[in-house]
Design a protein around this ligand. Structure first.
Ligand code: S3P
Length: 425
């Protein structure tokens, strides 16, 4: 993918469905009774992996564009898979489905691509084993491939060492197949889509502070789920509108759940000109349109409890920082090292390739912004968020930028380059 500096960005973009919410709608719909109709489903490769896993367990799932109909078979209606469940590149599929599989009456095998085989699974293996699940990392390295022999589980309280919605969701989903209540406390609150959506499906689930608790054996009923636009995808257009001179972009249909909206808080604190319009609620999730204008930005420190609310946006926040005056410090974000790539290394390496003064730290990075950037050869490391973040940097970098394996944006945003092009025309 080759991207040149652009004079300005003008127009509207409608953001595709939220990846986290799309995954959950398929999973919960599959183990609910009756039909779940999902609209504005994200047709990205990760969410398609989730669909294919449930189809392999006997769930009929029909796709008609971004409307998906799931014929749920109830909490105990999944069938033993006929084949290995292929999770592709998707950490969310792997970790959430493991919680469901741990409570089944059959054995399943999970595997995915080279990246997924390096993602840490100890974080779910530990609490699942505390619940007496039988889950093994086949190569003994605490990564996929995984073998899960389903059985009845034991309800526990788990103090999670990491603020991770994937870990939290895995434990809560397993908790539905346990003999007693299950709860999990995380160090700071991570995204709460599982709690909101499971409750709408009829589960007895409650949240207090950073603790979520679920009662076993719920009756889940199929729902209509309208998926809001993904703020993690909107983040690229927020950044583009702010850093490219003479730009005005209306970004439509953005989910602004407070456990996800850290990018907005950071962009505003850096001096970004962003207005929320048309605030409303869709399937229990807050949504709005965002009007973004070019802004002169300044560096800030980003750390602490805001980190889980913007964890996937840190690569593009780093790009904002490169165009901001002064120093930006990103801290408390060691989780970046275990995403689709080691995002501390991949962000800093690529920023430097474009002429930015950036250095990696143990738990984040320090970026001295304000120098003009130049086009460069960027390696996406097959990480969709790295490809998209540096495509945005390229829009305001002198000359041209090549993004290696740029098509990996298909994981979460298949129309990304086409949507950018519409704003440059
Ligand atoms: C996700 C949670 C986050 C996020 C990922 C999606 C989810 O991961 O980075 O892209 O849908 O629950 P962690 O739970 O590992 O922080």
């Amino acid at each position: 993918m080759n991207i040149a500096k652009t004079k300005h960005l003008r127009g509207e973009v409608t953001i595709p469905g939220d990846k986290s919410i799309s995954h959950r709608a398929i999973m919960f719909g599959s183990i609910a009774d009756g039909i779940t109709e999902v609209t504005n489903f994200l047709e990205g490769a990760d969410c398609l992996s989730t669909i294919s896993c449930f189809q392999k367990m006997g769930i009929e799932i029909e796709r008609n564009g971004n409307t998906v109909t799931v014929h749920g078979k109830g909490l105990h209606g999944l069938a033993a898979p006929t084949d290995v469940l292929d999770v592709g590149n998707s950490g969310t599929t792997t970790r959430l489905i493991s919680g469901i599989l741990a409570g089944q009456q059959f054995t399943s095998y999970l595997n995915g691509d080279a990246s997924i085989q390096k993602r840490p699974m100890k974080r779910i293996i530990t609490p699942l084993q505390m619940m007496h699940a039988d889950i093994t990392s086949d190569l003994g390295n605490d990564c996929a491939p995984l073998t899960i022999c389903g059985r009845t589980l034991t309800g526990i309280h788990y103090d999670s060492p990491v603020a991770s919605a994937q870990v939290k969701s895995c434990v809560l989903l397993a908790g539905m197949y346990a003999d007693n209540e299950t709860s999990i406390t995380e160090p700071t609150l991570s995204r709460n889509h599982t709690e909101l959506m499971l409750s709408a499906f009829g589960a007895d689930i409650r949240s207090e502070g950073t603790t979520a608790t679920i009662c076993p054996n719920p009756i889940l009923n199929g729902q209509k789920v309208a998926v809001p636009g993904d703020i993690s995808s909107a983040a690229y257009f927020i950044a583009a509108g702010l850093i490219v001179p003479d730009s005005e972009i209306l970004i439509r249909n953005v989910g602004i759940n407070p456990t996800r909206d850290g990018i907005l808080k950071v962009a505003l604190a850096m001096g970004g000109n962003i207005q929320k319009q048309n605030e409303h609620t869709v399937s229990g999730e807050p949504v709005c349109d965002l009007f973004v204008r070019s802004s002169s930005l300044h560096g800030i420190t980003v750390g602490g409890s805001i980190i889980p609310t913007l964890i996937d946006e840190i690569p593009v926040i780093a790009v904002l920082a490169a165009f901001a005056d002064g120093t930006t410090i990103i801290q408390d974000a060691a989780e970046l090292k275990v995403k689709e790539s080691d995002r501390i290394t991949t962000v800093v390496t690529n920023l430097r390739a474009m002429g930015c003064d950036a250095q990696a730290t143990e738990d984040g990075m320090i970026i001295n912004g304000g120098r003009p950037l130049h086009g460069a050869s960027i390696d996406s490391y097959l990480d969709h968020r790295i490809a998209m973040s540096f495509a945005i940097a390229a829009l305001n970098a002198e000359g041209e930028t090549d993004i290696k394996d740029g098509e990996c944006v298909n994981i979460s945003y298949p129309d990304f380059y086409a949507d950018i092009k519409k704003l440059t025309d």
